[in-house]
Design a protein around this ligand. Sequence first.
Ligand SMILES: Cc1cc2nc3c(=O)[nH]c(=O)nc-3n(C[C@H](O)[C@H](O)[C@H](O)COP(=O)(O)O)c2cc1C
Length: 283
Amino acid sequence: MTEMNARHQALLDARYGAEQPKPDNIIWTPQVEALLNHKSVRTFLPEALPDGAIETMVAAAQSASNSSALNQWSLVAVNDPALKQQISDTVARSVPVDRIPWIEEAPALLLWVADLSRGAGITQDAGREPVVLDYLDSFLMASIDAALAAQNAAVAAESLGLGIVYLGVMRNIAKQVADLINLPDYSFVTFGMAVGLPDGARISSVRPRPAQPMVLHYNQYEQGRYRKYLESYETAYQAFRRRQNMSDKTWTGSVIESATSLEYLGSRNKLRETVIQRGFKLK
Ligand SMILES: Cc1cc2nc3c(=O)[nH]c(=O)nc-3n(C[C@H](O)[C@H](O)[C@H](O)COP(=O)(O)O)c2cc1C
């Protein structure tokens, strides 16, 4: 096996775990290799981000496709330690832990905003009513675009040697975070992202994903096919958790908990209310 083949095999083994079937026809490029090597980082060094890191991430984010070229997202980059701490403390009060250390440790917290406020402003300045923005699709469009932008930024950050972790937990404090960063109506923090230099001494490894047949269908969705692949994914998932010294948990158990536990949902059970208060009507 050449060195390159060995590297590719190692990437696939990490992504799917030794136990699961893996595709043998991946078309490898340096970009594909980098994507397969992604892991969330929750332990950061205290160093500031290199100059230009945020702007580089935003240029990558702006290069993502966006719905109808309307540019309906914004980024609020929080690098003021006091504000970051305030947001971190507010989030921590919304979950059953005292602190979310990765927000505190990361030199920057990026808040990705689904932002219809510019569209509303431009339309109202022209003396028109932005009636379309009242529909669910407008909200979804801006949220999708914010996510695509964020993922491009994440890939750019990783290419710079930085690490990121997404923070959906920011929606637990949707109302408070909007106030803390002065968000206008018709905008909403979809999720946060902590970014910084990974602490190599405390880094986690690549988290395995289900075998491709669980998620990939050609032409017709084969309903229920996932059941055949649950056991081997469970084995890969458990092996990963053991390697990381994580608590005993099954993947299906986590899926069921996420679908049944209102505790898992946290204060996001009030999200619709908050989103509507922020100017969206979700018709
Ligand atoms: C939209 C979104 C929200 C997330 N929210 C959180 C979060 O609040 N806290 C956290 O620790 N990880 C969060 N994550 C990270 C996921 O847990 C992580 O991506 C997943 O476990 C897969 O691990 P990996 O990114 O290392 O491959 C989030 C990921 C996404 C895409």
